[in-house]
Design a protein around this ligand. Structure first.
Ligand code: PLP
Length: 959
């Protein structure tokens, strides 16, 4: 087969008129040509041969007909108009903020940032890695602890991770007890409870204002400042806790820390929280970046990802993800956490907010919010209203016996949401956007004089005023003009490969089109500026949109009900397993604790099972990569009485539709277990088969894979969980929002916000609405045709590892490099790095099988791009041949030395045994459009040995 560069065939019979036509890359003519190359004359025949009849659904998707882009936007506008945007002064971890326009447009609304993937290939990710390192520096400086990670999912889950870390550090064998400040955010307390129950950890909530209660605790969580606004000295508590051998977890507000003594200086061991108010809109609860910082000595146990500095092949400093050995893929059931997708895009925004404002700017914002709170407090006091706390940062707690609801109602009539704490107390939170009008409106709602009180005095005790400097690194001082900021963002963006440059063929990750029209609505104020705890009457549009999306996803998956609360696939897994746990417990089956997991599973599966209190038993796979049925039956036999569930991925992580899935489900059900189908590969099923109908009881989906939420460079994500009828009572719920889930039987909240990352749900809503039932099915067919086309073209050059019936794959395929490596020394990693010289992001490297590349094209890549990619891999195969034949040196060749930077080529002393042109321009088209890697291959081990994970001094970058 020959290359077909830039030779699109005019297709007058098939003008691209619908959204689906534009979402699906290949034209109908191209699809015919691809089918011919696979050996088929039509899509139906291929699909019939690829997808087992046993799982095929017999009814089409019952979804509304496709809307055009303008129609979908009009409908979203209608829904948006049903939301009411008031000034929310509710607080509870969510605050008004102003997203600088230069960040809004050039990060949040910019595909150069939002379509990037998690930076596992560091050479093509230097831009977002630098931004994440800045984020870590912000968190580390503000919290006063030396090591911070590159984001967690939200404050509540970060607190739960803090509890788990404290437990690991305590080295206790028993579950023990964890103490929580009664002034912690109410949703944080409940997220921690949800996570503690399956682990057997006792959660004790107590008023800590008078010191620690009696008892034996491995850790204590303190909110700083408290949910009530109170600012208390952490030092005496930390001292008491340490005397008892307990770890101190502080949940801290980053903006407050610009003025308050940082927890790290008061003895906190772990500090967690949210970076939301650093320029990231409410979004009705998310997505926002959670964070965690820790003291020296426990950084190797930190959950989530950590960016570090290492050296490249030329000895130049370069960023990469550090300590990957802690991650679930490698540690599996021994992983420290199940978190995979995190909140990169939001962490980038927050870090850029700090770069934009600098330390003085942040302090000024904090002082202003504090000043407004002080004025409200003094106005209330002058009017005879009791203010409960003397020390506070931005939140005032007013005591109005019996009048709270009346005050809150009056404030609402004046356009402000306040927090109704109880019948007698009202909370008022000030923030970056609070102005004099808000102060008068609030005072008016309390019925006191609305004359603006003088801003004299302050409410932070001298002993708790921050004295240590922060954000001293030049990056937080160098980009203050908007011009400089714009260019800094552009400079970083240009270092990276995202979907706006080329296809990203990552198996299991479904890097498909994130259409602009899907993205548009998320920054509309009616979706962006809604507090997660705004009164239900103000969010009718959101409730309707979420209801429709959950119903559509239920129809697509064949489940009775879907909850969108989990904010990543990993969290959906935990939610699903907790539902199974709840179901067994409701039937008195507490002994069912064994979770079977095939050896090919994604690492999060095992980690989630452990978090759900289950025991992981691994089931073998056979030579074809399928679940080994003999081993399955043996393991079921052995654990029949304890069998809780099996977790299988379908189609499998090997990219194959396993024929035996129905038998697997039946065997597990017969033994009293439940079936969890990991829905990350749903892009191979939508419109063709429904997990809820072919034997599964529960699945999570990844809206950031199948349903077009962009990966954001490693998050945000949404991981809805779908269940059959008998598990509906055990879906996630929320303490502050009865509408978000089953209140009495629910497993509690999985995320801090009632509907998780609600702010990005309009993306998936728009995708489904614009594709319609036929478009969705055609997309699935396109994905399967694309993967089989790649497999057919690559097979003569690279062995394709696993295939299903009729030699076909599902929506991805695995190229096996192991024999090539044995023969030539060229590894899958060398191929991945050489692809960078060809202008491509690598496929998934060494998952699920070491020494292989897993390739997933998705339906969105057109034929020219698929061919360009295949031709690159074939070109690389020829280079490997030259190594084999001795034409290239085994160690000094374009593959081993890839990627090549411009600087490494444009040098007086080129010492390599191959030419510079063949290094840079292995195919002619690169002369016209070339991505230059900013660094050479990065030494991973060096960076782990010499861990540097906040901004290094600028001298480090001098040569
Ligand atoms: C991506 C993926 C997950 C985890 O999802 P996250 O959103 O990254 O947490 C789980 N299982 C499989 C098979 C996946 O591909």
């Amino acid at each position: 087969m020959t290359a077909q560069y830039f030779a699109p065939v005019a297709s007058p019979q098939h003008p691209r008129t619908t959204f689906a036509d534009r979402h699906i890359g290949p034209s109908p003519d191209d699809l015919s040509r691809m089918l011919t190359a696979i050996g088929y004359s039509g899509a139906d025949a291929l699909i019939d041969d690829a997808v087992p009849a046993a799982i095929r659904g017999d009814r089409p998707l019952n979804l509304p007909p496709a809307l055009s882009e303008p129609q979908a936007l009009a409908r979203l506008r209608e829904l948006a108009d049903k939301n009411t945007v008031l000034r929310s002064m509710i607080g509870l971890g969510y605050h008004g903020t102003f997203t600088p326009g230069v960040i809004l447009r050039n990060v949040l609304e910019n595909p150069g940032w939002y379509t990037a993937y998690t930076p596992y290939q560091p050479e093509i990710s230097q831009g977002r890695l630098e931004a994440l390192l800045n984020f870590q520096t912000v968190v580390s400086d503000l919290t006063g602890l030396p090591v911070a990670n590159a984001s967690l999912l939200d404050e509540g889950t970060a607190a739960a991770e803090g509890m788990a870390l404290a437990h690991r550090v305590s080295k206790r064998k028993d579950p023990g007890a964890f103490l929580i400040d009664a002034d912690a955010l109410p949703q944080t307390v409940e997220v921690i409870r949800t996570r503690a129950v399956p682990l057997g950890i006792d959660v004790v909530v107590a008023d800590l204002s008078g010191g620690l209660p009696e008892g034996d605790f491995f850790g204590v969580l303190v909110q700083y400042p408290g949910a009530s606004g109170a600012v208390r000295d952490l030092a005496p508590l930390a001292e008491q806790a340490h005397e008892r051998g307990a770890q101190v977890v502080a949940a801290a507000d980053l903006l407050a820390l610009t003025l308050l003594k940082p927890p790290g200086e008061s003895g906190a061991d772990i500090v967690i929280g949210s970076a939301q108010r650093f320029g990231v809109p409410f979004g009705f609860g998310g997505p926002h970046a959670g964070y965690m910082a820790v003291g020296e000595g426990i950084q190797r146990q930190l959950p989530g990802r950590l960016v570090g500095v290492s050296l490249d092949a030329d000895g130049a400093p370069a960023y990469r993800l550090a300590l990957q050995t802690r991650e679930q893929h490698i540690r599996r059931e021994k992983a420290t956490s199940n978190i995979c997708t995190a909140q990169v895009l939001l962490a980038v925004m927050a870090s850029m907010y700090a770069v934009y404002h600098g330390p003085e700017g942040l302090a000024a914002i904090a002082e202003r919010a504090h000043g407004h709170a002080v004025r409200i407090a003094s106005g209330l006091r002058e009017g005879g209203v009791e203010v409960v706390h003397d020390s506070f940062f931005d939140t005032v707690l007013a005591r109005v016996p019996g009048r709270a609801s009346e005050v809150v109602r009056a404030a609402r009539d004046a356009g402000r949401n306040l927090r109704m704490v109880d019948d007698d107390h009202v909370g008022i939170a000030c923030d970056e956007v609070t102005d004099d009008g808000d102060v008068t409106a609030v005072l008016g709602a309390f019925g006191v004089s609305t004359d603006l009180p003088e801003t004299t005095g302050q409410a932070i005790p001298d002993a708790l005023r921050r004295e240590s400097p922060y954000l001293t690194h030049p990056v937080f001082h160098a980009h203050r003009s908007e011009t400089a900021m714009l260019r800094y963002l552009r400079k970083l963006q240009d270092k990276d490969i995202a979907l706006d440059r080329s296809m990203i063929p990552l198996g299991s990750c479904t890097m498909k089109l994130n259409a602009t029209s899907e993205m548009e609505a998320i920054t509309w104020p009616e979706f962006a500026n809604i507090h997660p705890f705004a009164p239900i009457g103000q969010v009718a549009g959101y409730v309707e949109l979420i209801g429709e999306l959950e119903d559509w996803l239920a129809e697509i998956t064949g489940y009775a009900k879907v909850s969108v609360q989990p904010n990543a696939g990993s969290q959906g897994e935990l939610a699903g397993l907790l539902a199974i746990r709840g179901y067994h417990a409701s039937r008195g089956d507490q002994a069912r604790q064994v979770c079977l997991i095939p050896s090919s599973a994604h690492g999060t599966n095992a980690a989630s099972a452990v978090m759900a209190g289950m025991k992981v038993v691994v089931v073998k796979c056979d030579d074809q990569g399928n679940i080994d049925l003999d081993d399955l039956h043996a393991k079921i036999g052995k654990h029949r009485e304890q069998l809780a569930a099996i977790m299988v991925t379908y189609p499998s992580t090997h990219g194959v539709f396993e024929e035996t899935i129905a038998d697997v489900c039946k065997a597990v059900h017969d033994a009293g277990g439940q079936v969890y189908v990991d829905g990350a590969n749903l892009n191979a099923l939508v419109g063709l088969a429904r997990p809820g109908e072919f034997g599964s009881d529960v699945s999570h989906l990844n809206l950031h894979k199948t349903f077009c939420i962009p990966h954001g460079g490693g998050g945000p994500g949404v991981g809805p969980v779908g269940v059959r009828e008998h598990l509906v009572p055990f879906l996630p719920s929320h303490p502050l929002r009865a509408e978000a889930g089953p209140q009495d039987t629910g497993v509690g909240p999985i995320s801090a916000a009632p509907w998780g990352s609600a702010g990005i749900l309009p993306i998936s809503w728009a995708y489904i609405a614009m594709m319609g039932p036929d478009g969705l099915r055609e997309a699935t067919e396109g994905a399967i045709i694309g993967a089989n086309y790649l497999a057919a073209r690559l097979a003569p050059h690279y062995p394709i590892l696993y295939t299903g019936r009729n030699g076909l794959v599902a929506h991805e395929c695995i190229a096996d490099l192991r024999k090539i490596t044995k023969d030539t020394g060229i590894t899958a990693e060398d191929v991945a790095k050489r692809l960078i010289d060809y202008g491509f992001h690598a496929p998934t490297l060494s998952f699920p099988v070491a020494g292989t590349l897993m390739i997933e094209p998705t339906e969105s890549e057109d034929l020219a791009e698929l061919d360009r990619f295949v031709d690159a891999l074939i070109g690389i195969r020829r280079e490997i041949e030259r190594v084999a034949e001795g034409g290239y040196d085994r160690d000094d060749n374009p593959l081993k030395n890839a990627p090549h930077t411009a600087a490494s080529l444009i040098t007086e002393d080129w010492k390599h045994a191959y030419g510079r042109e063949e290094a840079a321009y292995p195919v002619p088209a690169l002369r016209e459009n070339k991505y230059w890697s900013p660094v050479r291959r990065i030494d991973q081990a060096y960076g782990d040995r010499n861990l540097v994970c906040s901004c290094p001094p600028p001298e480090a970058f001098e040569d």
